[in-house]
Each structure stands twice: as structure tokens, then as C-alpha cells.
Write a new protein. Structure first.
Length: 402
């Protein structure tokens, strides 16, 4: 897992590299693509189901329309490093944007539920390549402060867009169930912008020693924390509405509050990340993110009303909104010469672990005595992780010269 012996063969960060305005825009839009590709169809799914009501296994099929992209994203993220070792990242970026538009729109042009599901798998794979390529480009920005600012702004733009686009998707879905799929065409506008990003040399790729092809050392504590936070994101953005329903809430506007509050909190968290990471460093920033997650989970777990659940998910969003860009900064630090594999593994674990929560939640909550105990258990695990990062930060300070 170590990258200490990695020779300078792949994506060498250039301290003098500066971003063209169009290149900066392309990078700032990255999280919008992730939202559109993985999450934006949620409001459209009831209308998709109505359209295919007579199809066999329609309920399962519609759930796969909503989840297939996320699963493909997680799998491809874990494997995408091999692509970036063989193809210059800008070419991958542009190809993935084209595939994102093609698969996003192509499946819905044919009124066939299995084809739509296959197209969503293509969208998820393209989204994984878009995210990794954009983060590789961020890694080429020489200044750590500039990287932190760019990572924070990516998160800020994406979360702000999510707050706006969730209701927009719901409105256009009512007009026609196909319309939300056409938002994927937006990716084509960004392709020429990618050409303005800094180039990366790919010399001697196939002659690289095995050590250069390893994942950067993120450490077992961070890897476990990534999985934990991925499941927490699912709690706040998806399970929160189900939790409200268990509390007896039936009003649609109230059931939408947890996901909206999570997105709003993430907007604030992304801005907070820029301030935290440049002043406190990566480990202490992780600790603060986890402290916010602990507080938010505790509020949700002890809540009896929709408003208090919304407050808790907003606080959770504050923590996860700062955690995501800080994770990317940690991955770039772990493998500065070629971060693509490390970035892919980090994001693949975070998004892929969301799938684990539904599998674990039902049996655990049945044995433990309810969903509230389950959520409070996650709070306890997050508090242990927060203390671990504080201890790690203290150890690094002692080892630092001077």
C-alpha cells in the first residue's frame, strides 16, 4: 500500500501549473455531474413506475433504475486507476463526458425498462471516470491551499445545485417522465473546456515497476471511516425520510426535509472545509467532521419530531460536506505522483458502502430494539473515529521537525 518508492512516471504535479478559467469551470462542475448521474432521478421514479406499470417485476426494475448508476460508480471507481495509467487523463475526462451524455439520454429514447437500467449502469461508470479525472486535475495544482480551495468549491457548487435541482427534477417529471434524463446532455458543453486543463505526461507507463501501480497508503483507520461515513450519508439523505415515517409523519413536505437539510448542511460544510483544512490540516479536519456527524446522529436518534430530525440531518450534512473534499485531499497526499488509483478506491468505498446500510440496518435494528438505537450506534462509532484522528494528528505533530 505504500507509495514511497514510486518513480516520477505518471501524473507529476507542476507547482507552476495554473488553471485556465474554462478549466476551472470544468472542475467546479464535477459534483453536479455526480448529482445528476447518481441521485437526480429520485423524484422521477414514481413517474417511471407509472409509465411501466404493466411491465413484469416493475417495482424491482424501477428500484434498479434508481440504484444501478450508484453501484456501477462504486465498482468502476475501484478499478479506474488502470485506465489512468494507460490513457492521458484529459482524454478519459472527455470520453467520460461524452459517454455520460450518450448513456444518460440514450436509454430513455427507447421505451424499454431493461435498456434504461443498462443505460444507468453506463452513466454510473462514466460518472466514476469524470470524478477521478477531475480530481487528478486538481492534484496538478501545485499549492496545497489552492487545492483545498478548489476541492471545497467543487463540493459547494455540487451541493448548491442539488438543493435547486431536486425540486426542478420533480416538477419536470410531472410534465413528462423522460425530461429529467435529458439533463445529462449538459455534459457535452464541458468537453471543450477540458482541453484547457494542464496536460499530463504518460511516459514509460507500461515499464513502470509494480510499486508505482499500488494504491497510496490511506491507512486502516481512514479506510474504515470512509465506509462508516458512506453509510451515514445514506442515513441522512435516504433513510431519514423512512425514519420520519416510522415516527408517524405522513406529510410529503416534511418527509422531504431530511434530504434537503442534508444538502443545505453540506453547502455550509464545503465552505467550512476550506477554512479548516488550510489551518488545521487533514487529520484534525477529519476529527471535526466526525464530531459534527456524531452530534447530528445523536440529534436524529433522539428525535421525536420532523423538525428535530431535519436539524440533525443538517448537522450531519455539515460534517459529510467537509469530509468528502478532505478525503480527496488525503488521497492526493497519499499518492501525489499518480493519485488516480487512490482517489478511485477512496470514493468507491464511500459511495459503495451506502449499499451496505440497507443490508445491515434491518437485522440490526430488529435485534437492537429499533432504528433509534441503530443511529445512536453509528454516532458511537463516529466518536471513536474522531478520537482516533485527534491522536493521529498529535503523533504527527510530535514527529514534525522543529
Amino acid at each position: 500500500m505504500s507509495n514511497a518508492a514510486a518513480p516520477k512516471i505518471a501524473l507529476e504535479p507542476d507547482a507552476r501549473a495554473s488553471l485556465h478559467p474554462f478549466g476551472r469551470v470544468a472542475l467546479l462542475l464535477m459534483n453536479i455531474f455526480i448529482f445528476v448521474g447518481l441521485f437526480s432521478l429520485g423524484p422521477a421514479l414514481p413517474y417511471v413506475r407509472a409509465q411501466f406499470a404493466s411491465a413484469p417485476n416493475v417495482d424491482l426494475g424501477v428500484q434498479l433504475v434508481g440504484s444501478a448508476a450508484g453501484l456501477a460508480f462504486a465498482v468502476v471507481s475501484l478499478l479506474v486507476g488502470e485506465i489512468f495509467e494507460r490513457i492521458e487523463y484529459r482524454r478519459v475526462f472527455m470520453g467520460a463526458l461524452g459517454a455520460f451524455a450518450l448513456f444518460g439520454v440514450g436509454g430513455v429514447l427507447v421505451e424499454n425498462l431493461p435498456i434504461i437500467i443498462l443505460s444507468r449502469i453506463g452513466v454510473g461508470a462514466a460518472s466514476a471516470c469524470i470524478m477521478t479525472a477531475s480530481l487528478v486535475a486538481v492534484g496538478k495544482v501545485g499549492s496545497a491551499t489552492a487545492r483545498a480551495q478548489l476541492l471545497g468549491m467543487q463540493q459547494f457548487v455540487g451541493c448548491t445545485a442539488a438543493i435547486v435541482l431536486y425540486p426542478v427534477m420533480g416538477v419536470v417529471s410531472q410534465v413528462n417522465w423522460r425530461y429529467p434524463f435529458f439533463f445529462h446532455i449538459f455534459a457535452l458543453i464541458v468537453i471543450p473546456m477540458v482541453l484547457t486543463l494542464p496536460a499530463a505526461a504518460l511516459s514509460q507507463q507500461n515499464k513502470a515497476p509494480h510499486a508505482a501501480r499500488r494504491v497510496g497508503n490511506l491507512g486502516p483507520m481512514l479506510l474504515l471511516t470512509i465506509v462508516l461515513v458512506g453509510m451515514v450519508i445514506f442515513i441522512s439523505s435516504v433513510f431519514g425520510s423512512l425514519y420520519l415515517a416510522k415516527l408517524g409523519e405522513t406529510r410529503a413536505i416534511m418527509l422531504s426535509l431530511p434530504s434537503t437539510a442534508t444538502a443545505a448542511g453540506a453547502v455550509a460544510g464545503s465552505g467550512l472545509f476550506i477554512w479548516l483544512q488550510t489551518r488545521l490540516g487533514i487529520e484534525r479536519t477529519f476529527a471535526i467532521c466526525l464530531a459534527a456527524i456524531v452530534a447530528g446522529l445523536a440529534i436524529v436518534g433522539l428525535s421525536t419530531t420532523g423538525i428535530s430530525v431535519a436539524v440533525g440531518t443538517l448537522v450531519i450534512g455539515l460534517g459529510t460536506g467537509a469530509f468528502a473534499p478532505n478525503l480527496n485531499a488525503a488521497a492526493i497526499r497519499a499518492a501525489p505522483l499518480n493519485p488516480s488509483r487512490t482517489l478511485g478506491v477512496a470514493n468507491g468505498l464511500m459511495y459503495g458502502s451506502m449499499i451496505l446500510f440497507p443490508l445491515a440496518a434491518v437485522p440490526f435494528s430488529q435485534r437492537a430494539g429499533g432504528a433509534s438505537i441503530l443511529i445512536l450506534s453509528f454516532a458511537a462509532l463516529a466518536s471513536v473515529a474522531a478520537v482516533g484522528f485527534l491522536i493521529q494528528a498529535g503523533s504527527q505533530s510530535k514527529r514534525a521537525p522543529g
